[in-house]
Design a protein around this ligand. Structure first.
Ligand SMILES: NC(=O)c1ccno1
Length: 244
């Protein structure tokens, strides 16, 4: 997968050199290019914003630099443009799984009051454009949201996680964890400050452990995310599952 990120703060993406993503880049599993939007400005102040038409507070990002940046970055027709914005569709694990199947993603990080809307309109004439929100809150720009989405997406690429099974058991993962969050996890020592690891986990009975883990996932989901329990298909739950 190739990922291009356009931002006025390219240094924001230094974390993409670290840990699993950094190793995926080094190994060639992932090809990430970060671009400074100001590279596509032509005035001595490298201007990227201006006052909004119609008045109002703040500044809007000018379309010209974005248009030139996207023209330059998006060579192939298969690219998909992602625009992080609080007004976008909610980002879910299913989206991370879907986008992990793409060959080329381009993230456009807006700042100020946002990017002139004609940029997305112009881009949509030649590629899929998705406005996506990582949550119902406002950030100072799209950079943090891009980091979140890049991590959620690229960790699913084959070979990035040490054990691909862990992705299958993740909260919200398709294939059995939709609408569920993971239950509690434990490791050695078996006793710590008087707290015991649940004996079932020491039993060696894998079937019983799997059932216990499923039950704990349901209980934690009911406690922390009753909205997900409400969304579960009725046939997947008995009354007990809905209780904490
Ligand atoms: N909630 C979001 O995804 C977002 C992106 C930029 N500002 O907020």
């Amino acid at each position: 997968m190739r990922i291009d990120i356009i931002s006025i703060f390219p240094d924001y993406f230094a974390p993409l050199d670290l840990s699993l993503i950094g190793r995926a880049r080094t190994s060639g599993l992932l090809d990430v290019h970060v671009h400074d939007l100001r590279s596509w400005t032509h005035d001595r102040h490298n201007t990227v914003d201006d006052t909004p038409y119609g008045g109002g507070p703040g500044m809007v990002m000018k379309p010209e630099p974005w248009g030139e940046a996207l023209d330059s970055v998006i060579g192939d027709a298969s690219a998909r443009l992602i625009l992080p914005t609080p007004s976008g569709r909610p980002f879910r694990q299913a989206d991370a799984e879907r986008l992990a199947g793409e060959g080329h993603l381009v993230f456009g990080c807006g700042r100020y009051e946002g990017i002139d809307s004609r940029v997305a309109q112009d881009a949509a004439a030649r590629m899929p454009v998705e406005e996506i929100s990582i949550g119902d809150y406002v950030l100072n720009g799209g950079e943090s949201a891009t980091l979140v989405m890049v991590e959620a997406i690229t960790r699913l690429l084959p070979g990035v996680l040490g054990n691909k099974e862990s992705a299958v058991q993740d909260s919200f993962a398709s294939g059995g964890m939709e609408n569920l969050v993971e239950g509690p996890v434990y490791t050695k020592p078996a006793t710590w400050r008087g707290h015991e690891v649940p004996p079932i986990l020491l039993s060696g009975n894998h079937g019983a452990v799997d059932r216990w883990r499923r039950d704990q996932a349901l209980r934690k989901t009911a406690r922390n995310r009753p909205d997900l329990v409400a969304a579960m298909p009725e046939e997947g739950l008995d009354r007990r599952d809905r209780e904490v």
